[in-house]
Write a protein that binds this ligand. Structure first.
Ligand code: ACO
Length: 370
């Protein structure tokens, strides 16, 4: 065996590229986009953070206006795209629908933005369409006619209206803006890395985003948001949380929304989402769900403390309680995550394409000899 060969099944701790987009300091629980701490970005206007993540600077007044108009004009689905949606089996999980339809979108932006490349505009067109696709899918699954996008509403106001069939309050829009900023970008996570591998073959941006969305779907990654809230529903009461945790760990299974490859302390996004969830979940079923999650978190700290494992709440743990209060059913959580993370995917596609190389690792062959 060649001793110079590095063997890693999971690439844990291995640096596989450079990026200027975001920085995750896992030991300290710090996350920043383009040099700005996530705590300072969480309350900024959503589309300004989009511009920062994509292009590395804050937008000036004309760039803000151009982005707003571009996203509004390109959010409406084309008639052919709506036909495609209607032709898909309505039982498909929203994430499978998204992964399938992204490469089929017509990437002909209706408007342009000064100084942006054609690829950046195509990426932004996909990002503009995702909320309409997710909301239309929900309406079709409910047996309703999808609602048209309203170019005069703000980005997430428009989404929540199309998704729920009625206008949200300004406070609900602000909550979604913040949650989406928190989820926008996270360095070389599995979904982004899959997109970079795809980009490395010189495949187009829609293939890369589709690959990323497919990777985000799994429960060890973005799909943990749905799984964590469904776990809380299954537990049913805070008093049963400790027993549930002990039972799951005794069976060597995982608690969803707990643990992270990089963070060895509480995920900074969970630190922001927990008080948001607490403020929103003050009554009835929502309060009960929040209290179950708090009890699961406390039980995990006791159990993981015994084995000295640094496993703490990640971004997915309290997010479901927040989304639940926006009227979003749990099987849509990951698709809404994809609506935010798509900006990270675009940013990485653009960054990687500037200095591209084929990503092609080697396998250690352990099969029959010739
Ligand atoms: N519940 C119980 N045990 C856990 C958990 C958990 N959530 N997470 C890690 N562990 C344990 C493992 O069982 C393992 O124990 P062992 O050494 O005794 O075998 C040890 O901690 C290391 O776990 P790995 O899964 O090998 O570590 P990895 O770095 O791959 O874990 C991961 C990261 C996959 C996120 C893991 O913590 C997990 O599966 N969490 C639950 C799913 C989840 O919430 N995913 C969302 C992550 S955030 C995101 O992707 C947006």
């Amino acid at each position: 065996m060649n001793n110079d060969v590095i063997f890693s099944r999971d690439l844990s701790g291995i640096e596989v590229g450079e990026t200027h987009i975001s920085d995750v300091k896992g030991e300290e629980g710090l996350l920043s986009y383009r040099g700005y701490a996530i705590e300072s970005l969480a309350t900024k206007p959503f589309q300004e953070v989009v511009w920062l993540v994509l292009f590395g600077t804050w937008p000036d007044a004309s760039q803000k206006q151009a982005l707003k108009e571009f996203m509004a004009v390109n959010s409406q689905l084309e008639a052919d795209e709506l036909h495609l949606l209607k032709a898909m089996p309505l039982t498909l999980h929203p994430m499978l629908m998204l992964q399938g339809i992204v490469p089929l979108l017509q990437l002909k932006p209706k408007q342009t933005i000064a100084d942006l490349s054609a690829t950046a505009l195509q990426g932004l067109l996909i990002a503009a369409r995702l909320p309409s696709l997710v909301a239309s899918w929900r309406q079709l699954q409910l047996g309703n006619t999808p609602l048209a996008a309203n170019p005069n509403a703000s980005f997430h106001e428009n989404f929540l209206t199309m998704f729920n069939g009625h206008a949200p309050t300004p406070a609900q829009v602000k909550v979604l803006d913040t949650a989406q900023i928190l989820q926008m970008e996270h360095s070389f996570n599995a979904g982004t890395f899959a997109g970079r591998v795809c980009a490395s073959t010189l495949a187009p941006i829609q293939s890369s985003i589709s690959a990323s969305i497919g990777t985000l779907f799994g429960v060890l990654h973005g799909g943990a948001d749905q799984a964590a809230l469904e776990m809380a529903h299954k537990i049913g009461s805070p008093a049963l949380a400790a027993g549930y945790v002990q039972n799951v760990l005794a069976q060597k299974q995982k608690i969803m929304g707990m643990g992270h490859r990089e963070y060895k302390v509480v995920d900074p996004r969970a630190r922001i989402l927990k008080p948001m969830a607490k403020t929103l979940c003050t009554e009835g079923e929502a309060k009960n769900l929040f209290e179950i999650l708090e009890a699961v978190e406390a039980a995990c700290q006791v159990e993981f403390g015994k084995s000295k494992k640094e496993i703490w709440a990640n971004v997915e743990f309290y997010k479901g309680a927040v989304f639940h209060q926006l009227g979003i059913p749990s099987h849509y959580f990951t698709a809404i995550f994809a609506m935010a993370r798509v900006y990270g995917y675009i940013a990485h596609y653009l960054e990687f394409s500037k200095d591209s190389c084929l990503i092609r690792p080697r396998a250690r062959y352990v099969g029959n000899a010739i």
